[in-house]
Design a protein around this ligand. Structure first.
Ligand SMILES: [Zn+2]
Length: 232
């Protein structure tokens, strides 16, 4: 019976490890999805900024073209004007227009540089997003392939645990089930003089009994079965 429990402890250890790895993979998949989402959002945002920048640049172009049209008109009026007073007024208007065009052109140059930056940012964000997607796809594939193996292993362990459980007396089986229903490992190995489950110290007699496989030992603190490691 103790040999069966030793074997159960090993299976439970494996079951724990398999569950842990499956949970780790699930968390990694979630993290990858979140990261991918973040990169996609960044790319959309950068593309939006680039589009806004391009629109401002086009508006500025239109504004300057309108001012230049007005300037041409005023110059034509000046050429046709006879009176000195009218000519002076037109000259002032032309000077003011010219000044505005110069200022708007400066702003145009600034916007042009900004548009270029934003376009580069958007390109970079798109590349990041695409790289991330590729990497994510590769990693997800590897994880899914591994998950198939882990799930098969988990099913095998469950079968083995059920087989071992059937070899045990009812009373012990019921106790195992009670512990399992609480999500606990039911059979643990002795660790020095302590229970390998809750690390409470066993009595010296219990530690020796567990170590030598002489008696069925239950941890006084957590009530798990405590056995020696399988290699002993
Ligand atoms: Zn314990």
């Amino acid at each position: 019976m103790i040999n069966v429990l030793v074997e159960l402890a090993r299976c439970e250890e494996e079951r724990q490890d398999t569950r842990h790895r499956l949970a780790g993979d699930r968390a990694r998949l979630e993290f990858l999805a979140e990261l991918g989402q973040e990169c996609a959002e960044d790319a959309v945002e950068a593309e939006g900024e680039a589009a806004r920048s391009r629109a401002s640049l086009r508006n500025q172009e239109t504004r300057i073209a309108e001012l230049e049209t007005a300037l041409v008109r005023k110059r034509a009026q000046l050429a046709a004007a006879g009176e000195a007073k009218q000519r002076q007024a037109l000259e002032r208007e032309i000077a003011a227009l010219q000044e505005r065009i110069d200022r708007d052109f400066e702003e145009y140059c600034r916007l042009s540089g900004e548009t270029e930056h934003r376009r580069d940012d958007a390109d970079r964000a798109r590349t990041d997003r695409d790289d991330r997607r590729l990497q994510e796809d590769r990693e997800r594939e590897a994880i899914l392939a591994r998950r198939g193996l882990l799930e098969a292993a988990a099913a095998e362990i469950e079968q083995e645990i059920a087989r071992l459980q059937d070899l045990l007396p009812d009373q012990i089986r019921r106790h195992l089930e009670r512990l399992w229903s609480k999500g606990l490992q039911a059979v643990v190995t002795v660790s020095g003089q302590a229970c390998g489950g809750c690390f409470a110290l066993l009595t010296p007699q219990q530690a020796i009994a567990a170590d030598q496989g002489k008696d069925l030992v239950r941890c006084p603190s957590c009530s798990r079965f405590v056995v020696h490691p399988p290699w002993q």
